[in-house]
Design a protein around this ligand. Structure first.
Ligand SMILES: NC(=O)C1=CN([C@@H]2O[C@H](COP(=O)(O)OP(=O)(O)OC[C@H]3O[C@@H](n4cnc5c(N)ncnc54)[C@H](OP(=O)(O)O)[C@@H]3O)[C@@H](O)[C@H]2O)C=CC1
Ligand SMILES: O=C(O)CCC(=O)C(=O)O
Length: 429
């Protein structure tokens, strides 16, 4: 039985589905399936280190605000901590802790030598100027200076952050230590040691996993009706690549709402439209407006939630019509909803597999940086695809072997590898 963490996590609001409790439940299920000993389960259910820092920032109007910045380092059993930095108003320590734990299993599942971490600041980046965001990012990095590093903890982009924030983090870290350290972050601009292919990597990974899953059902991407929630780094890239592969993207959304066009949206035109409309797809000519809630229940072949956690819950799961759901976001389906989908025979491609393309190319970026040798995009994409397809087949095999759903199959592989390393390292006090 996984116990309640002793770390300073704020109480979960009873009205809110707690992502950390959900993550612990999945760990517990994997532990039971693997017959893990109580000690290992106890260790793996606790983040190793939880850091919260104050970030004082002077706004452009002269007002001073102090923000809370988190970095949760769940596990470094397999290697340096690894995971993104999220800027979003809903960020809490519990959410960041859950996402850090997912990173541990994701890296282990993909066979890349990292542990898991996540960071975040509870802000809406769209309400801050570029100058304010730069000051926030630099101060956050300075406060974390002793906790990150290329062989300690390597941040990357997540919701609300991008290559721009990674460049600021890299520069702040480098200035603090006195020399350039590109390997302290991944997802950087190419000019400071980023990798070709990283920007599209998470979306590309989603496309690869959906393609493989459809192929196992004797189908191809061509003509598939696909709905995508979220049109940012992940949802936007997935839409573009799936569209290029011949799928019909019939609906997409951003936080303010979505658009629906049953015969398939013109994705290049929609990207251009969003680029000049503060990233929003609302008002795209010809398409009908649709709410985020209605978008999730549209008739389609594949549903791709690529925004926030807890989008498919007990409340709306019975209205979901897709026969396949690829979790591009982390934790978009609750535990209860997942059980209902499984009972209905819906194929759920779990987050730690479906959205792993990003961290895989982060790893390839880090490897390229450490070896001072940069690859062309074709090679990056090829290496990533090999790791993704290999992990997909391992999950399918594990699912058949243990007679468990794909999520539990992915978790047993990820958790099992970390537990094995824990036992081999002999970390028991
Ligand atoms: N970036 C990466 O490499 C990886 C990201 N992920 C996961 O993918 C998900 C998306 O991340 P990413 O694409 O990077 O983030 P971005 O910030 O680039 O984009 C997020 C998208 O989601 C939309 N969105 C925000 N809130 C809502 C909402 N309540 N309902 C519907 N849409 C909403 C945003 O709209 P708007 O612009 O209007 O706010 C935006 O279109 C997250 O769960 C993240 O953890 C997973 C692996 C790697
Ligand atoms: O690229 C990375 O290191 C992390 C990406 C990430 O945050 C995620 O996979 O959720």
């Amino acid at each position: 039985m996984v116990t309640t963490p002793v770390l300073p996590l704020e109480a979960a609001s009873p009205a809110h589905i707690c992502p950390f409790d959900q993550a612990c439940s999945y760990l517990e299920a994997a532990g039971k399936e693997l017959k893990l000993d109580q000690g290992s389960l106890e260790i793996l259910s606790h983040p190793r280190k939880v850091v919260t820092v104050s970030i004082p920032v002077k706004l452009d109007n002269g007002e001073v605000r102090v923000l809370a910045g988190h970095r949760v380092q769940h596990s470094d059993i397999l290697g340096p901590y690894k995971g993104g930095i999220r800027y979003h108003p809903a960020v809490t320590l519990r959410e960041v802790s859950a996402l850090a734990m997912l990173m541990t299993w994701k890296c282990a599942l993909l066979g890349i030598p990292y542990g898991g971490a996540k960071g975040g600041i509870a802000i809406d980046p769209q309400l801050y100027s570029v100058g304010e965001l730069e000051r926030i990012t630099r101060r956050y990095t300075s406060e974390l200076i002793k906790d990150i590093g290329p062989s300690v903890d390597i941040p990357a982009p997540d919701m609300g952050t991008s290559a721009r924030e990674m460049a600021w983090m890299m520069d702040t870290y480098s200035v603090n230590v006195g020399h350039a350290v590109p390997g302290v972050v991944t997802g950087k601009p190419l000019s400071v040691g980023g990798s070709l292919g990283r920007e599209m990597a998470t979306g590309r990974g989603v496309m690869i996993i959906v393609r493989e899953a459809l192929a196992d059902q004797g189908k191809s991407l061509a003509g598939m009706r696909i709905v995508i929630q979220g049109f940012g780094n992940v949802g936007g890239a997935a839409a573009e690549l799936l569209y290029k592969a011949g799928a019909k993207i019939i609906a997409v959304s951003t936080a303010t709402g979505g658009v629906y066009y049953p015969t398939g949206l013109d994705i290049p035109a929609l990207k251009t439209y969003a680029a000049v409309n503060r990233k929003s797809v609302v008002g795209f000519p010809q398409a009908a407006p649709i709410s985020n809630a209605d978008l999730l229940t549209l008739p389609c072949d594949v549903l791709i939630p690529a925004a926030l956690e807890n989008q498919i819950t007990e409340e709306n799961v019975n209205q979901v019509q897709a026969q396949m759901i690829a979790e591009a976001a982390n934790g978009p389906i609750t535990l209860e909803a997942n059980q209902i989908l499984e009972a209905r025979g819906v194929t759920v491609l779990p987050d730690i597999l479906a959205n792993a393309g990003g961290v895989v190319v982060s790893y390839l970026e880090w490897v390229q940086g450490l070896s001072y040798l940069f690859w062309n995009e074709q090679r990056v994409n090829h290496e990533m695809e090999q790791l993704m397809v290999q992990a997909y087949h391992q999950v399918i095999q594990q699912s058949k072997l243990r007679q468990v759903n794909l999520r539990l199959a992915a978790y047993t592989l990820g958790v099992g590898r970390v537990a094995q390393a824990l036992s081999d390292r002999g970390l028991y006090p």
